[in-house]
Ligand binder design. Structure first.
Ligand SMILES: Cc1cc2nc3c(=O)[nH]c(=O)nc-3n(C[C@H](O)[C@H](O)[C@H](O)COP(=O)(O)OP(=O)(O)OC[C@H]3O[C@@H](n4cnc5c(N)ncnc54)[C@H](O)[C@@H]3O)c2cc1C
Length: 324
């Protein structure tokens, strides 16, 4: 794990960089912060899915850069690593977010087009995509592994649920393989016949791969990760988010620790949920507390609800009961 930048650097003398004009001794040193462990990661491809990967192309800043930016707001602070950690945790707890924007990441990501469509929803990232107008799309497509071809979830309308019979899984995977191969054959034939690359690509399904540079600051990366590491996110983009989090953590480990503590693993309680918690603390059962707090668990026809605020509240209680 990368160590934070050298303690004291943020307050070091500027004599090394002084040129024209005067620089005060107590101003921040103009030294580019680097993290040796992150430097070693640059260009290393972290495989995801069958043909995808995430690679760190470049980064700017580290934990110390966040601390240094915050000290512009708060004035000179203490400089020990322990105090840096306390400051970063304070910033995260109190949603003082701009210091986290001082750290930037540039990733090269290769993913299926259906995953790229989810990535692209994160508007705060800067993206530059491989152009299928200029270049020929490689013959690489995603066939989900057997265990990922499952039933439609009954709880989450967007998710997958229980296992399917083997013959259904096998047929789906064989169909996807066949359609992908046929599409690529037709794509190649269209190119050979002179159809422009920008038009021929219409023949390719969303299982085909694309790739892009994806640049984001740490504040927005945290937002992306909080949405895409969530169990409700589609498994494929989650796998990319996991790799991006692993790489991101090397650059700014203390900020990531604070993110995990105060964002990723935190629990929010709505006003009704707080009312229900108060009733639970007074000794009421969960069912009674939910009913009194306006968190319904039963439909008008007497059927037990599978989704909704009441069900989600009980899930939160369950999460609280289960160990980390
Ligand atoms: C589990 C899951 C399911 C989803 N399902 C669907 C779906 O079915 N259909 C669908 O279309 N999308 C879906 N999405 C995408 C989702 O609605 C968001 O578009 C996506 O998560 C990006 O979130 P964001 O806008 O907060 O992030 P970003 O675009 O990165 O924006 C970050 C923050 O910047 C601010 N911001 C950025 N741009 C604007 C703007 N133009 N106006 C106001 N504020 C802005 C907002 O505060 C925003 O939270 C889903 C996402 C998840 C995680």
């Amino acid at each position: 794990m990368a160590a934070p930048d050298r303690p004291g650097r943020a307050g070091a003398s500027l004599s090394r960089v002084s040129g024209r004009g005067s620089v005060a001794d107590d101003e921040p040193a103009m030294v580019r912060p680097t993290v040796p462990e992150a430097d070693e990661l640059i260009g290393v491809r972290h495989p995801v899915l069958s043909h995808g990967f995430v690679a760190l192309v470049d980064y700017m800043g580290n934990d110390a850069a966040i601390v240094q930016a915050a000290r512009v707001s708060y004035g000179k602070g203490t400089k020990s690593v322990r105090d840096d950690r306390a400051l970063l945790r304070y910033l995260m707890r109190h949603r003082h977010t701009t210091p986290f924007e001082m750290v930037e990441y540039k990733f090269l990501v290769r993913m299926p087009i259906y995953v790229a469509r989810q990535f692209v929803r994160h508007r705060t990232a800067s993206i530059n995509e491989y152009s299928a107008r200029y270049s020929i799309v490689p013959d690489e497509y995603e066939i989900p592994p057997v265990e990922e071809v499952r039933q439609q979830s009954t709880r989450n309308r967007q998710g997958r649920g229980d296992a399917l019979p083997k013959e259904v899984v096998d047929k789906f995977r064989a169909d996807l393989e066949r359609i992908s191969q046929e599409s690529y054959r037709d794509y190649t034939a269209a190119l050979t016949a002179g159809v422009a690359r920008e038009t021929a690509r219409l023949l390719l399904p969303v299982a085909y791969y694309t790739q892009w540079y994806w640049k984001s600051n740490l504040h927005n990366l945290f937002h992306f990760l909080s949405l895409r590491l969530d169990p409700n996110a589609q498994e494929e983009i989650r796998l990319f988010a996991v790799e991006m989090a692993k790489i991101g953590r090397v650059v700014a480990p203390i900020a990531f620790e604070a993110f995990e503590e105060f964002q990723l693993s935190s629990l929010t309680l709505s006003r009704r949920e707080q009312r229900a918690v108060r009733l639970l603390l007074e000794g009421q059962t969960a069912e009674a507390a939910c009913a009194a707090a306006g968190l319904p668990l039963v439909r008008e026809d007497g059927q037990r609800m599978k989704t909704g605020e009441g069900v989600e509240f009980l899930e939160k209680l369950e999460d609280l009961r289960s160990p980390d």
